[in-house]
Design a protein around this ligand. Structure first.
Ligand code: HEM
Ligand code: HEM
Length: 189
């Protein structure tokens, strides 16, 4: 198994960090949107606990991933049939901006979630190991505004990730290059 990135593909560590973050973001989003459907009481509390824990793991993984990226830089963009086009540079710039936007939102969404938890006057359990008490008293109006910001940023993250996934599929199905394959576990160099 190739652990590190090479000029032609992502290594197992970068792939693990990417796909684990994808699963956690989807889990957090589904629980955020539909957690209210769970029966009131311990089920709903558990749903919120899993939601916040998945969100905290997202921020931890993202920080780890950004540090890892310094030690093991991403492979350069695949040579694709986009490259034959005049506006290829703009497409490449678009992909870079999308990745940057994804990293920003992977941090901003959980941070807004943490602020929301504190605005409600609730403590924050860090993986059940320590509980950080809220520094603020409960403020309903502030919490409501932060909840809207948290939700908006979360939808922005999902929308940008959707565009990003669609671009990966276009590379795979239309341009038939290795952009998607080299991010998949088990792909050959
Ligand atoms: C990538 C990570 C996350 C995503 C995608 C996400 C997404 C969402 C979404 C879509 C909602 C529903 C908002 C609404 O109905 O108005 C929500 C609610 C919420 N989120 Fe997050 N969130 C994440 C991380 C976090 C974190 C780290 C925390 C706190 C530590 C947190 C705390 C909350 C709270 C307290 C609610 C309100 C739940 C309720 O009213 O029952 N979230 N989140
Ligand atoms: C919540 C969902 C997702 C997030 C937050 C996300 C985030 C990212 C980020 C930040 C990168 C840049 C990696 C680097 O620094 O080099 C990346 C790369 C990549 N992602 Fe995603 N991603 C998501 C979902 C998906 C899905 C569903 C697919 C496939 C259908 C996908 C395919 C890829 C591919 C192929 C690359 C490598 C692109 C290249 O070589 O330039 N991602 N992703």
């Amino acid at each position: 198994m190739q652990l590190l990135n090479s000029p032609t593909r992502y290594g197992a560590i970068a792939q693990f960090l990417h796909w684990t973050a994808v699963a956690l973001v989807v889990l957090a989003w589904v629980l955020g949107m539909f957690g209210d459907e769970l029966p009131k009481g311990s089920s709903r509390d558990l749903g919120l606990y899993v939601h916040t824990t998945a969100g905290l793991l997202v921020i931890a993984l993202t920080i780890l991933r950004l540090l890892w990226r310094l030690a093991d830089p991403s492979p350069p963009a695949e040579k694709t049939r986009f490259g034959e086009w005049l506006f290829a540079d703009w497409v490449g710039l678009g992909a870079k901006l999308a990745h940057f936007g994804l990293y920003v939102l992977l941090v901003a969404v959980p941070v807004a979630g943490i602020v929301l938890q504190f605005a409600r006057g609730d403590g924050l359990s860090i993986f059940g190991i320590v509980e950080i008490a809220s520094p603020w008293v409960r403020d309903r109006a502030f919490a409501e505004s932060v909840k809207e910001i948290h939700e908006l940023l979360a939808h922005g993250l999902l929308a940008l990730a959707g565009l990003h996934a669609a671009a990966a599929l276009v590379h795979h199905c239309v341009f038939r290059d290795r952009t998607l394959v080299r991010m998949l576990p088990g792909s050959k160099a």
